[in-house]
Write a protein that binds this ligand. Sequence first.
Ligand code: SF4
Length: 503
Amino acid sequence: MKEITAIQPQLHPALANTRLQLAIYTATGRLVDKRKSTVDADSLPDYQELRTQANDIKRHAIDHLDHYLELFERNVEANGGKVIWCRDGKEVVDFLLTLAKQRKSKILVKSKSMTTEEIHLNDHLEEHGLEPVETDLGEYILQLAHEKPYHIVAPALHMTRYEVADLFEEKLQLKREEVPEKQTQIARGILREKFLEADIGVSGANFLVADSGAVVLVENEGNARLSTTAPKVHVAVAGIEKVIPRAQDLATFLKLLGRSGTGQQLTVYTSFLSGPRRKGEIDGPEEFYVVLLDNGRTKVLQDADKRQALFCIRCGACLNICPVYRRIGGHNYPWVYSGPIGAILTPQFKGLDKDPWLPHASSLCGACGEVCPVKIEIPRLLLELRADIEQAKAAKGEDKSEKLGFQAWAKLMSSPQLYRAASAAGSWVLQDMGDGGWSSKLPFFMNLGPAKGWLSARDMPLPPGESFRQLWRNRRKQDGTQAQPAQTQPSRAGKTSQGRQPE
Ligand code: SF4
């Protein structure tokens, strides 16, 4: 909790911005409703079985990652393409810079890719005089605004059409246009030219199919298809966790991805890209590269349990349903991955000490785990990460207050005498507080620290006149009965333990 308190000032502007709150709430609410209508029992009776299958496939692929990546590489090469292994973003940038230099290319068209956002690819290419152009409409808007994506699936979810109108007017020097369809036409006109001018197209990958060497892309705008086929060179940049064993596994994932992300049975375009253009084909690139990026993934793999975070297929369903994401929005998360998946991926990639508030940014309502199409146990992983953070702090000798607090609590709860005395004292003090709640009437120094934020908007009800113990005693007196001796039950250790009566 202390970590959350520390970042509260950073959150206030988003929380106080009613326009932004409405935009996030409306957009995510629409996605939640659409998802729900496409995964209910009438629309997809085998939805839960598909989730289990998806989890099994991902677990198997991640457990045998080396095998499937090598198989994927062999098949890409058999198709005439080339696989480039990169440890980090720098190696990806170096590869692309060399390629652009060799092909004398200035403009690179890009389709939406969180992996390239992860390594700030655009910034690095621009630093070297190249012109990367985002061609997904939301990403194009964000590139003009110099912002990072707000959401995994809907990158400009936080912007209204009026803000887009302002942006286009300022950056493109065009007549103000507030109608979304017209704004799309403006972007389309500009981007069509870029597709024709670019020599290199950069994409991400939704799936890498090991048994065929295919890169699979799903999208709704057709820009990924143009980015990967119009330029002479196609480079797909993918995290190593994107590999799945067989083409037939896509039958499971494609049914889940569109439904979970945007409430579509299938996205508008699904492209299977396997190698450069072959003789006789009318389109496709002359050169085909797949960059396999580690960038911290092998570190995540080392934890056999928590590495299930790598199963993520980036559908965004956990963001849409999350009460925390829906209030604080995407830009308050420190990395490109926001929402519940960001809260479990970021600490594993960046280290536990970087943003220790992240795993605490959850009400643990469990909704994220319930909607995740690949059944990642997000709430449990959040708890595990919280425990890891506390253990790391304890190992460094930092912050003993939580430990001391829990030790005192354990002492109190394990001693009937102490518990009785504490509840009697608490009840006696609180009854004196008058009507209504009590916490706001405490002396100011008792409302400091983590309690302050919580109590600034809430109060605690007065306890009832009689405690449970008193009620029980009175009831026994009224009934004129004595409690029966407790049953003697075997304990786990095989010994017997005497059950305790309420006192
Ligand atoms: S964690 Fe699950 S629900 Fe969240 S984006 Fe990834 S696949 Fe979707």
